[in-house]
Write a new protein. Structure first.
Length: 170
């Protein structure tokens, strides 16, 4: 097993805390990872807020694991796309996201800009807030990379675009 991602929380989450103060103004919160769900709800609880503060806000989860993390917190995703990527979210929200609606997008700093740009093209007002960064791990098992380069590994599975990018950097 070779991990190509190390999750580093953003040191300053004031923008998230500010968003909590106006959470009822949002029509949608879009969660694009389990990490975003974890950090979002850890910070929500640290501010003495709970899921009741999200009443009326619709939720989108990028995939089954993210949806499950919401469910474990007593919440059900209103939408989960068929394709678990930004393009899938944009397609799933087409016709459901109304022009002028406000979207909170808590996410990774190094995520592709496609999602917020696409949401804005659909007429949404988007607050993109960075919660963490998926960076290259400081300590990786170089012997696995050597095995790959030598042709001893037949299949490599990637779980996100950042795992691919970081793998190439490694």
């Amino acid at each position: 097993f070779l991990s190509t991602v190390e999750i580093a929380r953003e040191p300053d989450l004031r923008l998230l805390h500010k968003a909590f103060g106006k959470i009822k103004a949002y029509d949608w919160i879009i969660f694009t990872s389990v990490n975003a769900v974890d950090i979002f709800f850890t910070e929500l609880a640290a501010r003495q807020l709970d899921i009741r503060s999200l009443q009326g806000v619709r939720l989108c989860a990028i995939g089954p694991e993210t949806r499950e993390q919401l469910r474990l917190r007593g919440l059900f995703a209103d939408i989960m796309p068929r394709r678990f990527c930004a393009e899938g979210i944009l397609q799933a929200l087409r016709g459901k996201l109304k022009p002028g609606q406000k979207v909170l997008l808590p996410r990774a700093r190094n995520a592709r800009p496609l999602l917020p740009e696409g949401l804005r093209q659909q007429g949404a007002s988007v607050d993109e807030i960075y919660l963490y960064q998926a960076s290259v791990p400081k300590n990786s098992d170089k012997s696995i990379i050597e095995q790959i380069m030598a042709g001893h590994i037949d299949i490599i599975t990637f779980t996100s675009s950042s795992t691919v990018n970081n793998f190439v950097k490694l």
